[in-house]
Write a new protein. Structure first.
Length: 168
C-alpha cells in the first residue's frame, strides 16, 4: 500500500466507517480463537470461518449435531438501556436489490447470533442466541429479524454466554 503500519493505523483511526469495520473483524477473530480452542478441546467437531460476502461468518458443529452457522456482531458503544442491556444494530449495511426490506436479516440466513460485548464491557466476551429466538419485524416479512436487538449484560434465557447451550 506504500504506507507504514503507523500510517495505515492512522487512516483507520480517522475514518469512523473503517474503524467500525476493523472492530468487526477483530471481534470475529476473537470468536474464531474461542471456537478453535473448543475444537482443540474436542468440544466442537467442526469450526470454520467463512470469508464469503453475503454468507454467515462461521460454521460450527458439535459431535453428533448438525452443522450450524453463526453471525458475529458487536454491541454498540454508548448505547445502554436503563435496564443495563446493550444493543446490537442488526441490519445489512450494503444496498440491497429488494430495497429497504432487503436490509433485514432473516431467520433462515444463519442459526446463531454471537454478540461481542467488548464495546461496552471492554472484555472480549460473547452472548449467543438462536435466530429463532430473536424478535421479528413484520415490516420486512414474517421471517425478518428486528434491526435493534437488546443483549443482556449477564446472560439469561434465551441468551447464553456458552455457545454449547445454543448448539444442542
Amino acid at each position: 500500500m506504500g504506507l507504514t503500519a503507523y500510517q495505515i493505523l492512522t487512516v483507520i483511526q480517522r475514518s469512523d466507517r473503517c474503524y467500525q469495520t476493523v472492530r468487526g473483524y477483530v471481534a470475529e477473530r476473537h470468536l474464531e480463537v474461542h471456537l478453535e480452542g473448543l475444537k482443540r478441546a474436542g468440544v466442537l467437531l467442526h469450526a470454520r470461518r467463512i470469508d464469503t460476502d453475503g454468507r454467515p461468518d462461521f460454521e460450527v458443529q458439535v459431535p453428533g449435531g448438525e452443522l450450524r452457522t453463526l453471525e458475529c456482531k458487536n454491541v454498540m458503544s454508548g448505547t445502554i438501556f436503563a435496564s443495563g442491556e446493550m444493543k446490537v444494530d442488526f441490519q445489512r449495511t450494503r444496498n440491497q436489490l429488494e430495497g429497504k426490506a432487503g436490509r433485514f436479516y432473516r431467520v433462515e440466513d444463519f442459526d446463531i447470533l454471537a454478540a461481542c460485548t467488548h464495546n461496552v464491557t471492554k472484555k472480549w466476551e460473547f452472548r449467543f442466541i438462536r435466530t429463532v429466538d430473536l424478535p421479528r419485524d413484520s415490516r420486512g416479512g414474517p421471517s425478518a429479524l428486528h434491526k435493534s436487538v437488546r443483549v443482556p449484560r449477564v446472560a439469561r434465557a434465551p441468551w447464553q454466554d456458552n455457545i454449547l447451550y445454543v448448539l444442542r
